[in-house]
Design a protein around this ligand. Structure first.
Ligand code: PEP
Ligand code: MG
Length: 328
């Protein structure tokens, strides 16, 4: 049975055999941060910053971004906030960026997310400066969307160092030490090169929404092929597994922050694959926590290994459902 929200909030997410799992929230709007406290989230695993750019004709300046981010960081009272840099393009359009995003035949494969930030250094610098300043108010991490090459991470780190030096010269208080710099693993090529990416960054956040879409070549918003969209496809699971193992080997933290992380049905599989950090909508968190509390880690690991030997997603779903039905 599902325990009451209030009771669950104060119980740490721990499997029956004592493995702690970090449960965090994804935020799309600043006001959602209040729900994070209500469900007892241990941090913000993904703060989407697109809200600052939506429904306007101009771009948000450094001070405006700083104010919005600092408020969220303060509200989280010492629990880390993972701020993702702008992730527009593809299905996510911002009118303030219209000029840069127009006329792509294939927006999902075009100038989006980190690619746009690197092409428009002023946009990136403004955002990095705001994030660094917000980091003076509490722990924060920087997350880069749609990374496909180590060079992109290196370029951002260079900008980050430069921006930090510029702010320090002006005596502006910023995060000290500089925040960890992480990458979204959401492009199949990034997952397959996760071992080399792990050398350039401080943490991974696996974005199963885009990873599933790009791996299976299924547009997330295309109804006619939606039936083929399946994170339990063995190809997707192998990419997740490879990324998690690369992170563990490089001793950097790895989280899952796609929709998959917020579905209690998948918790056993992700934990069994070695994931110890899940980020999801606040609404989804209590049910995932309930599932974690009922989980035996050793058994989940065995089931995950059994699942990873399968080649058929239907068989995988059955193995997972059977496990979920019996072990709770
Ligand atoms: C993802 O792709 O899984 C993800 C978390 O990012 P978004 O849903 O914002 O694209
Ligand atoms: Mg994504």
């Amino acid at each position: 049975e599902v325990r009451s929200l209030a009771r669950l909030r104060d119980i740490p997410a721990e499997t029956r055999d004592g493995q702690r799992i970090t449960l965090e929230v994804n935020l799309e709007l600043p006001r959602e941060v209040d729900q994070a406290a209500l469900v007892g989230a241990e941090g913000v695993g993904l703060l989407r910053t697109e809200f600052m750019y939506m429904n306007r004709d101009d771009l948000p300046g450094e001070d405006e971004q700083y104010a919005a981010l600092a408020e969220i960081v303060r509200t989280m009272r010492g629990r880390p906030v993972t701020v993702r840099t702008l992730d527009v393009g593809g299905e996510k359009l911002a009118s303030s960026l219209g000029d840069h995003l127009a006329e792509s035949q294939n927006p999902a494969l075009g100038l989006r997310a980190i690619r746009l930030s690197l092409k428009e250094p002023k946009l990136l610098r403004t955002q990095l400066a705001a994030i660094l300043r917000a980091g003076a108010h509490g722990p924060l991490r920087i997350l880069l969307p749609m990374i496909s090459n180590p060079g992109e991470v290196i370029a951002v780190r260079k900008e980050l160092d430069k921006t930090a030096r510029r702010l320090r010269r002006r005596d502006v208080s910023i995060a000290d030490p500089l925040p960890p710099l992480g990458v979204m693993i959401e492009v199949p090529g990034a997952a397959l090169a996760a071992d080399s990416l792990a050398q350039t960054c401080d943490f991974f956040a696996i974005g199963t929404n885009d990873l599933t879409m790009y791996t299976l070549a299924i547009d997330r918003s295309e109804e006619q092929v939606a039936y083929l969209y399946n994170p339990l496809h063995p190809a997707v699971l192998r990419l997740i597994q490879f990324s998690v193992e690369a992170a563990l080997h490089a001793r950097i933290p790895v989280s899952v922050c796609g929709e998959m992380a917020g579905d209690p049905r998948f918790a056993a599989l992700l934990v069994g694959l070695g994931v110890r950090e899940l980020s999801m909508t606040a609404k989804a968190l209590p049910r995932v926590k309930s599932r974690i509390l009922g989980l035996d880690m050793q058994a989940a690991g065995r089931r995950a290994r059994m699942i990873m030997d399968q080649v058929d997603s239907g068989r995988i779903a059955t193995l997972l459902d059977d496990f979920n039905d019996t072990v709770v």
